[in-house]
Design a protein around this ligand. Sequence first.
Ligand SMILES: C[S@@+](CC[C@H](N)C(=O)[O-])C[C@H]1O[C@@H](n2cnc3c(N)ncnc32)[C@H](O)[C@@H]1O
Length: 206
Amino acid sequence: MQEKGMFNRPAEPHELVPEDYFAEIDLDSCFPREQPLEVDLGCGDGRFVIKMAAHYPERNFLAVERLLGRVRKVCREAKREGLENLRVLRLESLYTLEWLLPEACLDRVHLLCPDPWPKAKHHRRRLFQRPFLEAVVRVLKPGGELLFKTDHTGYFEWSEEHLDDYEGLKRLDWPEGTFFYPKTDFQIQWEAQGKVLHRLRAVKPE
Ligand SMILES: C[S@@+](CC[C@H](N)C(=O)[O-])C[C@H]1O[C@@H](n2cnc3c(N)ncnc32)[C@H](O)[C@@H]1O
């Protein structure tokens, strides 16, 4: 009999609930079609990933989010939109990259408006640092990309420095309008307050 706990919560429609949280996910069994895969880390209310999945039916999307209320919201929206190419995973981002995703399975990793942890004593909690970059390189295919946005100038400069110090990814230009890239909920919120979003794009060399 299954023990009581988070694992026997009924799955939401479109939710990906791994059979084993200590083994790599079998991605073939997660989506109806085998096609390029992108991950949105900390998807929040999911505006970005819903629009991406609708725009690119020929790609699969995995949204990762730790808050149950947000997971439920994204799952409901995905069902309403009939998005068979989108799954939502309720889990911690770095753990997902380091342990659940198979090596070289992703075409793109999106990290959009993550928590900036502005106080110096909290900087070590920032996701964008070497262990994250190593995990990103592990899961990206050669030629795969990391896309990052933040409104927080300090976090952006921190991220640029960590990327410069890391040899596994090469920075690319990302002019406005390079490709379809919808705004996230937080981006809309920050821009309404007059804030400017910084962005960074990097590729895993072939
Ligand atoms: C500032 S919000 C940005 C949400 C969305 N990307 C956007 O731009 O609208 C950060 C989101 O990441 C989630 N989050 C923060 N740390 C996380 C982690 N370590 N693993 C998974 N989700 C995380 C939060 O719950 C929140 O929904």
